[in-house]
Design a protein around this ligand. Sequence first.
Ligand code: PA5
Length: 456
Amino acid sequence: MRLLIYRYNMKNISLNIDKALGSITKEQVYAQATKASACNATLQNGNGAGNDFLGWLHLPSSITDAELTDIENTANVLRSKCEVVVAIGIGGSYLGTKAVVEALNNSFDWLLGERKNPVIVYAGHNIGEDYLYELCEVLKGKQFGLINISKSGTTTEPALAFRMLKKQLEDAVGKEEAKQRIVAITDAKRGALRTLADQEGYKTFIIPDNVGGRFSVLTPVGLLPIAVAGINIRDLVTGAVSMEKATDVNIPFADNISEIYAATRNELYKSGKKIEILANFHPKLHYIAEWWKQLYGESEGKEHKGIFPASVDLTTDLHSMGQWIQDGERTIFETVISVEEPNHTVLVPTDEANLDGLNFLAGKRVDEVNKMAELGTQLAHVDGGVPNIKITMPEVSAYYIGQLFYFFERACGISGYMLGVNPFDQPGVEAYKKNMFALLNKPGYEKESEAIKARL
Ligand code: PA5
C-alpha cells in the first residue's frame, strides 16, 4: 500500500528569481526552458549518465505504509531503551538527519529538563580523537543505542567510531542487550557492515542500490534517526511526495520550480558567477545548508566544472562574511531560504528609560525586525552586484523540509545534466582515501605506500 497524501490545501515552497536578473535576463533563463525540461525528462526516462542511481526520483511516492511502520516501531524500541542515540555515519549518511533534527528540535535541547525524546548525537563523521574521547566519556553511565549507517559498509570514519562505541555498549549492558540497541542501515548484500550485522543479528534496514548517499535522506538512513528524535516522518515524506508531483516532467517550465532553479543557476554560472551562497535568516536551518552543500558539491563539482556551494547564516554572518559578499570579488550569487512565519511569537518589550534607543521597535515582533534585515540585505546585495534567488518556505516544519529536500534533489539532477556532468557519481572522493590507506599501510596498498612515502 502506498502512502496516502493526507494534506490538502497546503501551500508549496516557492521560488522567485526576479532579483537574480541583471547579469542575466529573464529571456536568457526562459531560453533554457527546453533544455531544463529535456534534462528533467532524461531523469524521468532514466536514459542519462548515472541512471543506475535514480531510485530517489520516485522514492517519496513509493514508500509504503508498512515500511514507515517498521521504521516507527524500530524507533520506538530505541526510544524506550535509550536516553541517547548515536547516529553513526558521514556525508549523506548523517547530514539529512542532522538537518531535520536541528531545524525542528529546540535550539537549547540539552538544557531542557525532563525529556520526551532521546538526544541524538553524531559520530563517524570525523576522525577527531578528542571528539570521540568526549563522546565516549559523556555516554558513560547513560542508556544509549547506536544506529550505524553506511551504504558501502566500508567507510573508515563510521567503521572506526562503531568499533569503539559497540565495545563500550557491550561492556556497559552486555552483548545480548547491546544487540537490541544497535540498528544497522546498509547495503542489502555487500560490505563489511552487512556481514557484521548479519553475524551479530542486528535489526537492519536496506539502503536501496539505486539511491546514492547524498540522495538517501528519505530512506531509513534519515527516517529512522529522525523518527527516534520524535519527529513525524510521515509529514516529511508527505511533503516530499507533494514536491515530487510539483516538479514532475509534465509540469511546464514556468511552474516547475526545480527546472527554473536549475536553469537560473546555470545561466548565472555561465555569466561568471562561480559561487552560490545559500543564505538563511533562520539559524535553525544551518544544517539544511550543510546537507545542500554536499548534494550540490558532490554532484556537480567534476571535470573541473561546477558552481562552488557555500553557505551563511544571517544576520550572524553579515558581521563577518557580509563584507566579502557586499564588496568582494563579483563571482557570487546568493540563494536565500526565507521563512514566512516563525513557529513562535516574541514581541520587543518597551523600556521606559530607552537608553538603547530601541523603543521605536517596541511592540513589534522580532520577526518583523528580521524580515526588514532580510529585505535590506537583499537590496544591498543586489545593488552590490550579487544576484539573489529567493526560496520561500511557509514555515519550518517536517512537511516543508520534505518539500525542500525533494525540490533541491530534483533541481540537482536537472542542473547536473544541464552542466554536462554525471550528477550521481563521486570519483573525486576516492583520492584522499587511497592516500590515507597507503600512508596507514593498509594491506593491499603496498605499492601505493611505497610510492607515496617516496614523495614525503
Ligand atoms: O553521497 C555519497 O555517496 C557520499 O558522500 C556518502 O554519503 C559518504 O561517503 C558516506 O558513504 P557510506 O554511506 O557508504 O559510508
